[in-house]
Write a protein that binds this ligand. Sequence first.
Ligand code: ZN
Length: 483
Amino acid sequence: VKETPKAATTPLITQNGNYIRPAVTPKVDNSSLFDPVPVKSVPTVYASKKVEPPLPPTPKSPPLPPKQPQQPQQKATAPSTSKQSHFLESYTTGLTNLGNSCYMNCVVQCLAATPQLTSFFFPSITESLQDHSYKQHINVNNKLGTQGMLTTSFVELILNMLRNNGKSFSPSKFKKIMGGLSPGGQFATYNQQDCVEFLNFLLDALHEDLNQVSITDPNERKKITELSPEQEKSRETLPPRLASTIEWERYLKLNFSVIVDYFQGQHLSQLKCLQCGFTSTTYNAFSILSLPIPQKLNQSEKVTLQECLREFVATELLDDDNKWYCPQCKKFTRSTKTIAITRLPQVLIVNFNRFKMTSTGGFNKLETFVTYPVNEVLDLTPYWADVGSTVNSTNNMTVEQERELLKSFPTRNQSPPFKYKLFGVANHFGNLTTGHYTSYVYKESDAKKPRNWCYFDDSKVTFNVSPKEVVNKNAYCLFFQRV
Ligand SMILES: [Zn+2]
């Protein structure tokens, strides 16, 4: 291991700690408040095929090179020819059930229909369907990843699905490799599994394999993520748009991959003491937006996705046995907890919390029918914390000041509106011990066959199912594409 001169790491550490304080005068001077590096010039590296993600020259360097030429901001689109992308978006291949492996099949079908992923792994389709350009993005030095084993195996699986268009394929090799790499061999068995747990594991493993940063030393990571109490106090006074943007840039210093770029969002969680007004806010990245299902008096009444979202961002009172320990009052007090969505990704995965732990440690399944738009657009703009928004507390910064300070940061696709279209649904039937998973996936039609919404029940594929059928009470996990 090479020694890195201390001076090289200093700017990275100090720039993380430079929390701005709200300006006392209306005049905003941000010249020295943030990053010494002109971050505005950093392109969204994965937005275009031509711009390769940078490889850090030393493991301790920040992931983004400051001297890249400015690229026009563009929405993430499949960087491929129309004929090729049409094939990637129209192929249909069933997946054999290897014994309770439907939890894996339903997730693979949805991910294999995500254009950002297929065009990243298959930027060009040659005669042999072989293009290994994605391998240059694999970070074999990242101890948190699988040194590319899982990613390579996943790409091989999709490749075999492409080759077996119109037929079915047995994912046994992927299952074996994936199972062996899963924590504690969780997915190595032929037991029933939660498809959301599997999806979380798969996305995380792909992310770490493709993560351009590999800082695994806990102390080094702490230096980047930990704030002093003064810095935390300072952050509490910032409006959510600005604070979450700073936090996202900090997050990217440890996590920079195509998965983060396309799939990950961020939400804030704020605890507020009702006795003294003290607040504590944390910012967390998510790959799957996990939504509660509001319970209605009439259990058979349908609930909308919008109602789940409203429940998710509703302020919760923490009282009685559920009080929060306020660090300022130094005791448990009546408090509130509020969640707000601060970043919405290009590919949004939503899941419904259908499984509730019972007092005996088992799980009950909520069978509530949740409805969601199928061919209509889902507008999430109202749920996104815009400039000028506050969470339960006031800050002494004007909208103009906030806007001015935000100019120092890359937007990273965070400009409204946030409109989405559904392209995949993973369904769960039954309970956790005896259940079944299937999926609905939107596919482009080809000259031979109208496809549209397809139903994947392991190796069996049903074409052109009605959108009415796609909205179903067994929906567990939804895949949306930003439009
Ligand atoms: Zn308090």
